[in-house]
Write a protein that binds this ligand. Structure first.
Ligand code: FAD
Length: 450
């Protein structure tokens, strides 16, 4: 669902910037040994893609991963018998998207989530007319197309929007679109750049949701790689000929290091750099925003909701359980809904107990379907903002961000220390495909040095 906003427009306007790169074909080639070592920090899709590419070219590659498994923000929880993707769920635009090809090779199954299969409820359980919803959606997209003309480098999207659209700012359906179509895609509207909120390129085609777990791709990419799990990197010293990496109190060295930890981890300063990172990179780390999106999966004994793909609810509260993905559409034997909390409310949920979260979600569902609906039997949830492996969901263009800041994040240092991850990909930041392409990019940069 994320980045739906571009979908309509992208049908006419978006250039295809990439032909699908494939590390998989190169993996099959005979590996000829190159006497060079690489440490990749972080075994998310960026790190795994880089490592596979370098290994296929004969480099000796070791991945250091802080968690107990690979995948990073490709993280699937199967404890309830279906895969609940805690991080990424969708392949955004399947045409020429490198993840489409990769998913097929990895055996990741996916399902077309039909955007037009939807119902929208206002408070009091009032079902909205489709024509009303569709019309406001069109007006919303038109607003997105033009608001940046009124934007400024120092003002947030929210400030400019509220000034230009005071009536809509108070309208519950407009507030829903702002939350689910924009905050979800980007970040907090009171931090989001009023100039750059619409930046980023898109692949064409439909949206598909992973059904057997997005981590299928990570596990596939990890095959044959040397991955050291539960290794938290705390220091990177790139003063000498070789780069020294401190993890769990020990030091490993390599000719090259690719750092793929999320922007949130860089912002926290938990990794010490010797020498300090250049000021341009430090500035970019500070200026680009890190959003918060939390996801919640609830299951019931029986389904009581409409047989459509998406249900929306438009409460007064912002960013609060206003959107439901009907999981039953792609897992017919399950009775599950997935919902979301974004930005400040998303952060707030991380301090709430399971019972409090369930009560808040049920309050919305009861308003939609009546107080007699059954209680859920299970709840799964995420806490991305306090997660020490990410400190947030993904990067976004905050007030003060310039697009060159993404390039500053990607810039390598002394041809020894390289940077990948979704936050380093100027065209496709905040996505799985962006992260993947960034890993290939940095592997290519190291290969080019030989
Ligand atoms: C809730 C949510 C929903 C999303 N939905 C979508 C979607 O539907 N479609 C889409 O395309 N994208 C989506 N994304 C974005 C997508 O998941 C990410 O852009 C992508 O997975 C990032 O990959 P990465 O390799 O850059 O980072 P990560 O996957 O975060 O990998 C970085 C790795 O570094 C590790 N690490 C961190 N600190 C250290 C340390 N000190 N030492 C060693 N290792 C460390 C982490 O554990 C992690 O494994 C979503 C993300 C979230 C959070």
């Amino acid at each position: 669902m994320k980045r739906r906003k571009f979908l309509k427009k992208s049908l006419q306007t978006v250039p295809v910037l990439w032909t699908t790169p494939s590390i998989l074909s190169s993996c099959k080639k005979e590996e000829t040994s190159i006497n060079k070592t690489v440490i990749v920090v972080g075994a998310g899709i960026a790190g795994l893609a880089a490592a596979q590419q370098l290994k296929s070219k004969g480099f000796t590659v070791t991945l250091l991963e802080a968690q107990e498994k690979v995948g990073g923000r490709l993280r699937s929880n199967r404890s309830l018998g279906i895969a609940f993707d805690e991080g990424a769920s969708w392949i955004h635009g399947i045409t020429k998207n490198p993840i489409t090809d990769l998913a097929e090779k990895a055996g990741m199954q996916s399902f077309y989530t039909d955007d037009s299969s939807r119902k929208s409820y206002d408070v009091g359980g009032v079902l909205r007319k489709t024509t009303v919803y569709d019309q406001v959606e069109d007006e919303f997209y038109d607003m997105l197309d033009t608001l940046m003309k009124k934007g400024s480098a120092t003002q947030s999207f929210q400030t400019v929007f509220n000034a230009q659209y005071p009536t809509q700012a108070k309208d519950r359906l407009w507030r829903f679109f702002l939350s689910t179509y924009l905050t979800f895609d980007t970040g907090d509207l009171n931090q989001l750049s009023s100039l750059l909120y619409n930046e980023g390129e898109e692949f064409k085609g439909i949206e598909k949701i992973a059904t057997n777990g997005y981590d299928t791709i990570a596990n596939y990419l990890a095959r044959g790689l040397s991955v050291q799990l539960n290794q938290r990197v705390t220091k990177i010293d790139y003063t000498g000929t070789k780069v020294q990496v401190t993890h769990n109190g020990q030091t490993s060295t390599a000719d090259y290091v690719i750092l793929t930890v999320p922007l949130g981890v860089l912002k926290k300063g938990v990794i010490q750099f010797v020498p300090n990172l250049p000021s341009a990179k430090q500035n970019a780390i500070q200026k680009i925003g890190m959003s918060c999106v939390n996801k919640f999966l609830l299951t019931w004994q029986t389904a009581f909701w409409d047989d459509v793909q998406y249900l929306s609810y438009t409460p007064e509260a912002t960013d609060k359980f206003n959107y439901f993905v009907n999981v039953k559409k792609f897992h017919p034997a399950s009775n599950a809904l997935m919902t979301f909390a974004y930005a400040d409310y998303g952060r707030q949920t991380e301090t709430m107990t399971d019972a409090q979260v369930t009560e808040a979600i049920m309050a919305h569902l009861k308003d939609m379907y009546g107080s007699a609906i059954p209680n859920p039997t299970n709840l799964l949830r995420t806490k991305w903002n306090s997660n020490e492996n990410t400190y947030g969901a993904y990067s976004f263009t905050a007030v003060g961000t310039e697009m060159r800041h993404f390039e500053d994040l990607a810039a390598s240092l002394d041809d020894k220390l390289f940077f990948a991850g979704e936050h380093t990909e100027v065209d496709y930041f905040s996505t799985v495909h962006g992260a993947y392409l960034s890993g290939l990019r940095e592997a290519g940069n190291i290969i080019d040095l030989q």
